[in-house]
Design a protein around this ligand. Structure first.
Ligand code: ARG
Length: 453
């Protein structure tokens, strides 16, 4: 049984059948397809297309089909071209010819767009929960870090000392924006295509606003042509997923670097590291490398769908069948990565001694310039003086804290004996007390705000 045999005299070529079939991908939308069909049957009944008895039969039959999917009893047959065909074929087996009335005024074009949106509305909360759990792991680590100092980098060059807690939280906020983006996307996913027919609308007198409500959509779409061809929501969803992947890849890259012997800032738990088949000493951060790598795959899925959508003639084109695989795979990818990263971060150990040892006095060169600003000298000038001190220390192969007071006073008479206090990294950190800064008080406030206290 296909849904379209009437005008053909020769059976579809086997390989063309395989190419055309979308069941391997779209069977994931089985429950959404049944639920959309139940809602459509109700709408047909209210519109007077289905008699009470027919409606009861279809509803009860779809209930049976749904139950078979839920319990894993449903079996597909080779002629199930897609999930829509499979559901209607099984409904026909269960209730007989009345099943043939269900597709009145409906097309697979509005049906598939509805199923897909319903599926996504179920996936968004799952992603959101996994993101929030990772965010909790980051906050837990930030609280555990207390006032531990670490070097902060720009251009991967030592820049200024920061609090480890501040660094942990710097990975919280991007994920917060990811959650917000997903939440905002819901209002664009939650627009009902069902009742748009193949392209021009349905001739059945259905109340589409009511139909939208019955499927928990915010509203019914306003233009049938747009509605059956719009896949913006899928592209946006893939962008959201990809942006998360990119955020995770940045975090992952830093863990890869910081767990190396060269940095030695963290050690991974054995439960989240892997070994080498050849080198017995190896302890590899594979899960973070995979996270970094999968960001590339996610970018490919987003750009792939955008390329598919580009230049498509209105309205439905079979190209659109390519929309689901990337969305499903991107979802699976993130749902596989997020809990592993959360687990790996909850069990990672920081090595504060190594972090502290990587902070040298040059990282307080800005504080040196600020010291002279405190004496009333313009920053542009103090920047040059501090730069000269850096050059001098470099020439003498010493740290800034080892230059004698006379050397400082030769650069600027305003230097006094208390200048050496600026080389304490905690003093440097404490000064950065404005909102968003790395001072202990500022970071405490940040945690409070995050926790809504
Ligand atoms: N499998 C199709 C898809 O995913 C369903 C819609 C088919 N519509 C059609 N006119 N052949 O897009």
């Amino acid at each position: 049984m296909t849904l379209w045999g009437g005008r053909f005299s020769i059976k579809l070529n086997d390989q063309a059948w395989d190419l055309n079939s979308s069941l391997p991908v779209d069977q994931r939308m089985a429950l959404q397809d049944v639920d959309g069909s139940l809602a459509w049957a109700n709408a047909l009944h209210k519109a007077g297309v289905l008699l009470d008895e027919e409606h009861a039969q279809i509803t009860q039959g779809l209930g049976t089909v749904r139950e078979e999917f839920v319990s894993g009893q449903f079996s597909f047959v080779p002629t199930d071209e897609d999930i829509h065909t499979a559901v209607e074929r099984r409904l026909t087996e269960v209730i007989g010819a009345t099943a043939g009335k269900l597709h009145t005024g409906r097309s697979r074009n509005d049906q598939v767009a509805t199923d897909f949106r319903l599926w996504m509305l179920g996936a968004i909360p799952e992603l959101d929960a996994a993101l929030k759990d990772l965010q909790s792991a980051l906050v837990e680590q930030a609280e555990l870090a207390g006032e531990t100092l670490m070097p902060g980098y720009t251009h991967l060059q030592r820049a200024q000392p920061i609090l480890l807690a501040h660094w942990w939280l710097s990975h919280f906020h991007p994920l917060q924006r990811d959650c917000e983006r997903l939440a905002d996307l819901i209002k664009r996913v939650s627009i009902l295509p069902l009742g748009c027919g193949a392209l021009a609308g349905t001739p059945v007198a259905v109340d589409r606003a009511e139909l939208a409500g019955s499927l928990n959509f915010l509203e019914a779409s306003q233009n049938s042509l747009d509605s059956v061809s719009d896949r913006d929501f899928a592209a946006e969803y893939l962008f959201c997923a990809t942006m998360t992947g990119i955020h995770l890849s940045k975090l992952a890259e830093q863990i890869v670097l910081y767990t190396s012997a060269e940095f030695g800032f963290f050690e991974l738990s054995d439960a989240f590291s892997t070994g080498s088949s050849l080198m017995p000493q190896k302890k590899n951060p594979d899960v973070f490398e995979l996270t970094r790598g999968k960001a590339g795959t996610l970018i490919g899925m987003l750009t792939g769908l955008l390329a598919t959508l580009k230049g498509l003639p209105s309205t439905y084109d079979k190209d659109l069948q390519e929309d689901k695989q990337p969305v499903f795979t991107a979802t699976d990818t993130l749902l596989a990565i997020l809990p592993v990263i959360a687990g790996a971060l909850r069990t990672i150990s920081a090595r504060p001694g190594r972090m502290r040892a990587a902070i040298d006095s040059f990282m307080m060169a800005t504080d040196l310039a600020d010291y002279l600003v405190g004496k009333g000298i313009p920053f542009r000038e103090t920047h040059v003086m501090a730069g000269k001190a850096v050059r001098l220390a470099g020439e003498k192969n010493t740290g800034l804290e080892e230059l004698p007071l006379e050397a400082y006073q030769a650069l600027c008479p305003a230097f006094e004996a208390d200048v050496y206090q600026v080389f304490d990294p905690m003093t440097s950190v404490e000064k950065r007390n404005a909102i968003g800064g790395t001072s202990p008080q500022s970071v405490k406030n940040q945690i409070k705000k995050i926790k809504g206290e």
